[in-house]
Design a protein around this ligand. Structure first.
Ligand code: HEC
Ligand code: HEC
Length: 274
């Protein structure tokens, strides 16, 4: 009997240690947050809210530099007044966030105007120059959205995870690695974009991506952005092992296993007493 009891308690030790370890690790992981990014330039006009997303317009003083950049890098395809040509679409009335997204992610200036989709590549223009071009194009036909400055500090990453699996994972996959879509188009990896371009993509819908405007509030967009820039780009590994980075589904399954582990512990305990 004593031998049996020793056997039972040694069996209890491992699952108990694992359960405690995962609990502590998980609590630590959910406690971490990272800082929000600034926009750099001062803004003359903005809307939205500092606690969720503030949409800023690049200042009018950026317009002359943007006009010169546009003439050098953009007008050959988009036309001298950004009205579009047979080679490239009209840019009037798109708002600064659209222009900033395409330039700051290196998609523009395009290398091959007849490509099915302009790929992300190392940006030719700096972030500052992207804002200058955005200021110029927007001055021709002012529109929303402004450049989103996301306050990820106030975000709820768990809510962001739910919204991501509902609205984004079908194309970008649950791990954010990206996937091929129909007709040779691609939903790219989400490992590279910082908070402003992620929010820009959500609010403007580049290429074949849908635009999420009325159906996601600023607070929800902030939560999704935080999930992408904090969880997908910097996965935390509760319990000290990565589970191959396969995301909430597999991790939920592992949680289920630990849940079963706890039930087994209780069963052992009841068995011991009777
Ligand atoms: C070599 C030709 C070429 C050059 C140069 C070029 N573009 Fe483009 N641009 C395109 C094409 C083609 C598309 C459509 C690409 C797509 O849908 O994937 C496009 C799309 C865009 C879009 C998205 C339009 C929309 O309706 O969503 C923006 C914004 C843009 N370009 C801005 C710029 C800016 C700003 C520059 C200069 C810094 C620039 N482009 C330079 C060819 C060019
Ligand atoms: C129907 C498929 C689809 C859905 C749903 C979708 N996207 Fe996209 N996404 C795309 C495609 C396609 C592109 C590339 C557009 C292009 O370059 O022409 C893209 C581009 C992006 C980019 C740019 C990445 C980079 O580094 O260049 C981000 C960020 C992004 N999506 C985030 C999201 C988020 C967040 C959601 C959910 C709110 C979402 N997407 C939903 C198809 C989708």
């Amino acid at each position: 009997m004593a031998r049996l009891r020793r056997l039972a308690s040694s069996r209890l030790l491992l699952p108990l240690a694992v359960v405690v370890g995962v609990g502590v690790g998980g609590a630590l992981a959910f406690g971490t947050t990272s800082g929000a990014q600034g926009l750099g330039g001062a803004s003359q006009r903005s809307y939205g809210s500092a606690s969720t997303i503030e949409y800023q317009y690049p200042p009018n003083s950026y317009i002359p530099a943007g006009q010169a950049l546009f003439a050098t890098f953009c007008s050959s395809c988009h036309g001298p007044g950004a009205q579009g040509t047979s080679r490239a679409p009209n840019l009037l009335g798109l708002g600064p966030a659209t222009v900033d997204f395409w330039v700051s992610t290196g998609r523009m200036p395009a290398e091959n105007p007849s490509a099915i989709q302009a790929p992300r590549k190392p940006a030719l223009l700096s972030n500052q120059q992207a804002l200058e071009v955005a200021a110029y194009v927007n001055s021709l036909d002012p529109a929303k959205p402004g450049i989103p400055k996301v306050n990820v500090k106030t975000a709820n990453v768990a809510v962001g995870a739910d919204l991501f699996s509902l609205n984004c994972a079908a194309c970008h996959t649950i791990t954010g690695t990206g996937d091929e879509l129909a007709f040779g188009t691609v939903a790219p990896s989400l490992r590279l974009a910082s908070s402003t371009p992620v929010a820009e993509a959500i609010r403007t819908g580049p290429g074949n991506m849908p635009r999420f405007s009325g159906n996601l509030t600023n607070a929800q967009v902030r939560d999704v952005v935080a999930y992408v820039t904090e969880y997908i780009q910097h996965p935390t590994n509760p319990g000290g092992f990565a589970l191959g980075g396969v995301g909430p589904v597999a991790e939920g399954f592992v949680a289920l296993l630990f849940g079963v582990g706890i039930l087994a512990l209780v069963a052992f305990w009841i068995g011991e007493r009777s």
